[in-house]
Design a binder for this molecule. Sequence first.
Ligand SMILES: Cc1cc2nc3c(=O)[nH]c(=O)nc-3n(C[C@H](O)[C@H](O)[C@H](O)COP(=O)(O)O)c2cc1C
Length: 129
Amino acid sequence: MNYINAPIPSDCDVKIEIYAIINHVLGMEQGVYKEGVYQKIGDFSQKAGYLCLEQSLGMESGVTFFLVGHDDQNYQALLQKAGILGHRLYVISEYLGFGCSGIGAYYDEEVMAFLQTEGMILYALAIGR
Ligand SMILES: Cc1cc2nc3c(=O)[nH]c(=O)nc-3n(C[C@H](O)[C@H](O)[C@H](O)COP(=O)(O)O)c2cc1C
């Protein structure tokens, strides 16, 4: 219990970049979004499923998100921050009736290559269908 209740470090001012693979969203083109800006246009749903350790939830989602951070000196705090951001996304998606799944299993290095980032892939989430 002491361990579970230990203080959560909150000195993490490192920005977490939010990448979104738009698979099936009415009124939006399919493609890869970084911080709300299209990086690539196209149907990457199969790729998204593959990157999520070949789990279909990454392919069948409306949107598959990857949260990316760049500071490996502050890894624990960064990971916890990604968890908080990810679960805000989880809660709002459930509230809006889209549904959400956290995804902890993905091919880190292949996600980095696909997103063209040197950052660490901290968390993935799939929302909607
Ligand atoms: C950090 C985290 C990582 C997860 N990773 C996966 C995953 O890789 N694959 C998967 O099928 N579910 C994963 N889940 C579980 C789903 O998010 C979800 O909670 C679970 O499928 C239960 O869904 P249900 O409430 O619809 O039954 C993960 C959950 C969390 C919190």
